[in-house]
Design a protein around this ligand. Structure first.
Ligand SMILES: O=C(O)CCC(=O)C(=O)O
Ligand SMILES: [Fe+2]
Length: 279
């Protein structure tokens, strides 16, 4: 298993990219339309937000799940006991967001959604006939106008040395959604699990865009596209004093979208959130 960055502008980009998704659950794009300067500015502005006190005025709403999630309520991945060492903000265009950060994030949300739509088109185009026959509607239309798609701004603080034993920045998990779009973070740490059970670093050259399959696309494609386990490991040595910011966009279909004979997007999401103890 190998992850090679595919040039978005190349003639055979769609073919190479979807082959990588099929074989590894992950694809890496370079030369793509999301401007690095925009991503860098978001990282900088949100570092200031996480370092400040204002975040406590934006604590998440339990019913709607938008807003700031402090480290004390951070996720525990399925099958793990220790909380992840992270805090994060859930942004939805309809949700709460500090005024000074909203426009930039909303613009990014739209830009990343547009690209995601195109990538879902690639996925559909390169699905074998018997797999494409399983899609109840075009994949790209599943997310069109969805209010469920979530942009998460993640802050992994510097390590203090008093973390729970076994706690890592993000314990091994699979994403629940259709597809995840993740610009390279400002620090390394993301790893993907190989079929032999060992871990491989995801190439994190600044400017790359990492895309991975989530459980919902695995379900909708009858497991043709695998939702691969990944994690974020702790830095070592000098790097322990460094924060890490990342910005995954989790593409969620509209709730009524039928994924398979067994699930709609809504029933699937609820089942997973219940397992995680979030609802
Ligand atoms: O921070 C990262 O690089 C990945 C985060 C992630 O996998 C997640 O939030 O689901
Ligand atoms: Fe993830």
């Amino acid at each position: 298993m190998q992850l090679v960055a595919v040039d978005y502008q190349a003639e055979n980009a769609a073919e190479l990219f979807t082959r990588s998704l099929r074989e590894t659950g992950f694809g890496v794009l370079k030369n793509h339309p999301i401007q690095q300067s925009v991503v860098e500015s978001i990282y900088k502005n949100w570092q200031t937000f996480f370092d400040g006190e204002q975040k406590h005025d934006f604590v998440y709403n339990k019913d709607t799940q938008d807003g700031f999630f402090p480290a004390s309520v951070s996720e525990v991945a399925k099958g793990f006991k220790a909380k992840d060492i992270k805090e994060y903000y859930h942004f939805y265009p309809w949700g709460i967001c500090p005024d000074n950060l909203k426009e930039e994030l909303a613009n990014y949300y739209k830009m990343a959604n547009d690209l995601a739509k195109e990538l879902l088109g690639w996925v559909e185009q390169y699905s074998p006939e018997e797999v494409a026959a399983k899609y109840r509607q075009p994949l790209s239309s599943m997310i069109e106008g969805s209010e469920q798609t979530l942009l998460r701004v993640l802050h992994y603080p510097p390590l203090q040395g008093n973390e729970e034993p076994d706690a890592i920045r993000a314990a091994a998990h699979e994403d629940i959604n259709l597809l995840t779009i993740l610009p390279s973070a400002n620090e390394p740490g993301l790893q993907v699990k190989k079929q032999d059970g060992s871990w491989m670093d995801v190439p994190c050259d600044f400017g790359n865009l990492i895309v991975n399959i989530g459980d919902m696309l695995q379900e909708a494609s009858g497991h043709y596209y695998p939702s691969t386990t990944h994690r974020v490991v702790n830095p070592e040595g000098q790097d322990q004093s460094r924060s890490r910011i990342s910005l995954p966009l989790f593409l969620h279909p509209k709730p009524e979208v039928v994924l398979s004979d067994r699930y709609t997007a809504d029933s699937y999401l609820k089942e997973r959130l219940r397992e995680l103890g979030v609802i």
